[in-house]
Design a protein around this ligand. Structure first.
Ligand code: ACM
Length: 566
């Protein structure tokens, strides 16, 4: 029977005090009825005080608890009655091949609760089962917590890993023991593409920050680290065949702070990843079921490379690595065969390093003035029967796509690679070229019907619409609720095309984040909202409930030295 809840208004100050007290209650769930009573109240009357009052009364009677949730909220989660207490030494059994996932769990139990654990092939408190015949999908899992303990089942390692991430949020300390409320979860993601972009060209952050971000991505079930490694103000990846890319291209004499338009602070900035460091990060990400997709910008956003090797540029003139941020005129001379060879060689080394089946080639914000003014480019366009610069970009992009396809890789780029006219400097002439069919389009700017246009032409799309997903934007322009409410499937999209939306990304562009604290402030807590955007069925989203569970992460982040923004 559905419990009845009686609305009652409390004085605002008392409510706030009570709420603070209750949020610090260290133990969750006991009883589906209490949970459903609360969630009904929350859904029906946000901000209502009833839930706090009932909880207080139940606490006073010693029978109550707090409805637990997970971020991202699972597809199906049914609370049971009672709770399971982990033994003082936790026994863990794991199917063959789940050693890394099991080790991650036992490390968490030790670090968070001081609980020791032991592997067993017999009866175990926590059972991790991988069985390819299960119908949990490539990333789904089921998690049961009952009298017999904890059971996580999945068809894949990724699924088992995500089951463990959910379990971590369900465990709590009560007195001297660690417990989890009885629950049954059947879960799988809404979208396959759940990415976080880190721009390290503007400011190099280094591997400790990257690892911290990867840890939190994993906990939130984000699965793609989109690593923006090259751009105008810095080249950040070691390339053996072109050492000046990092010797020259990774350094700038001066830089700007985020506050005030292009304010120079006169301080030099530099940094890049060696191949050994990249391999270390790739291994770290792989252990957390995160694919690293490198982005190597072409043919624009290439000033740092041109500063290293001036023959890469259209003018062939020496330039310096820019000391401010923006969109620059210097672009690759795509008519020069040496440039094609250079890009192929760079891609070869990138492909050797990154196991990702997808390589991102940028392609955004290309200024065409240098191409328009170049006799060599004009002759090249004539030879290939190309009537506009946008068509030349498509021709160039298709050649790169074919090159990558020959290496078994799929190309991805920002939506300008379709020839979209989204800037005041875009080529206004009609576009006749057709982008290679297997390309993934990352939509960031323009009218939303450009997404419809792309999917109806057969392209897969990752929706990173800047007005909703750019982490460099202030909390005034993208508050947490706006991040949370984003739907990667644009309203009105013909359901035939829904499957062409692979998911979405959140983008930490680096212009105004010179240090780790700034990256954390912009990233957290919005990254948690994007996790739920990409994982949770739209109908199960609930911002109030999400906000309550966010307390778990805010505490966790504080303990790690991550101070979230607001
Ligand atoms: C972009 O923000 N230029 C993709």
């Amino acid at each position: 029977m559905k419990p009845r809840c009686f609305p009652l208004q409390l004085n605002k100050a008392i409510e706030t005090k009570l709420f603070k007290r209750l949020r610090s209650v260290p133990f969750p769930i006991n009883g589906l009825s209490v949970y459903s009573c609360f969630s009904n109240q929350i859904d029906m009357k946000p901000g209502h005080t009833t839930k706090y009052l009932i909880l207080t009364l139940l606490l006073a009677l010693g029978i109550a608890s707090y409805a637990q949730r997970i971020i991202p909220q699972p597809a199906e989660m049914v609370a049971g009655k009672g709770s399971y207490t982990l033994p003082a030494e936790v026994t863990v059994s794991a199917s063959a091949g789940l050693d890394i996932e099991a080790a991650g769990l036992t490390a968490y139990l030790k670090e968070t609760f001081g609980l020791g654990s032991r592997k067993t092939s017999g009866k175990a408190a926590i059972r991790l089962i991988r069985d390819p015949s299960l119908k949990t999908g490539s990333e789904g899992y089921s998690l049961t917590i009952g009298k017999a303990g904890v059971k996580i089942e999945a068809a894949t390692n990724a699924g088992a890993f995500y089951g463990i991430q959910s379990l971590k949020q369900l465990l709590y300390k009560r007195g001297v023991v660690v417990q989890a409320a009885h629950v049954t979860i059947n879960d799988r993601p809404r979208f396959a593409w759940r990415s976080y972009l880190l721009d390290e060209s503007r400011y190099f952050q280094g591997k400790e920050l990257v690892k911290k971000v990867l840890d939190e991505m994993a906990m939130l079930k984000l699965n793609i680290f989109h690593w923006h490694l090259t751009d105008d103000p810095g080249w950040r990846i070691e390339i053996d065949s072109y050492p000046d890319l990092t010797r020259i291209g990774s350094k700038r004499d001066s830089t700007v702070t985020g506050s005030g338009p292009n304010r120079r602070i006169g301080k030099a900035h530099s940094g890049f990843y060696t191949k050994a460091e990249i391999r270390e990060i790739l291994a770290y990400a792989a252990a957390r079921h995160i694919k690293v997709v490198p982005e190597i910008e072409m043919p624009g956003h290439s000033s740092a490379a041109i500063a290293a090797y001036p023959w890469l540029g259209v003018t062939k003139q020496a330039i310096r690595v820019p000391t401010h941020f923006g969109v620059f005129q210097d672009v690759y001379d795509v008519s020069d065969p040496r440039v094609t060879t250079f890009l192929h060689n760079v891609l070869n080394e990138v492909i050797d390093l990154f196991p990702s089946d997808i390589i991102h080639i940028g392609g955004d914000e290309v200024r065409f003035e240098q191409w328009e003014n170049s006799a060599s480019v004009a002759a090249y366009k004539k030879k290939h029967n190309l009537s506009s610069s946008a068509d030349l970009q498509i021709f160039f992009t298709n050649n790169m796509s074919a090159y990558l396809a020959g290496k078994g890789k799929r190309m991805m780029g920002w939506n300008e690679i379709l020839g979209s006219k989204i800037h005041d400097y875009s080529d206004t002439r009609p576009v006749t070229g057709k982008l290679a069919p297997n390309t993934i389009i990352q939509f960031w700017k323009g009218e939303l019907d450009m997404i419809t246009d792309a999917v109806s032409k057969g392209y897969d799309v990752v929706n990173s619409y800047h007005l909703f997903t750019y982490l460099d934007y202030s909390y005034q322009s993208i508050p947490l609720k706006k991040s949370y409410d984003f739907d990667p499937v644009p309203a009105g999209l013909d359901p035939r095309y829904t499957a062409k939306i692979l998911g979405s990304g959140c983008q930490m562009w680096g212009e105004s984040t010179p240090d780790a604290a700034a990256v954390y402030r912009q990233t957290f807590p919005r990254i948690a909202a994007y996790a739920e955007v990409n994982w949770t069925p739209a109908a199960s989203k609930n911002f109030e409930a999400f906000s309550r569970q966010l307390e778990f992460f805010l505490q966790r982040w504080r303990s790690m030295g991550i101070h979230a923004g607001s």
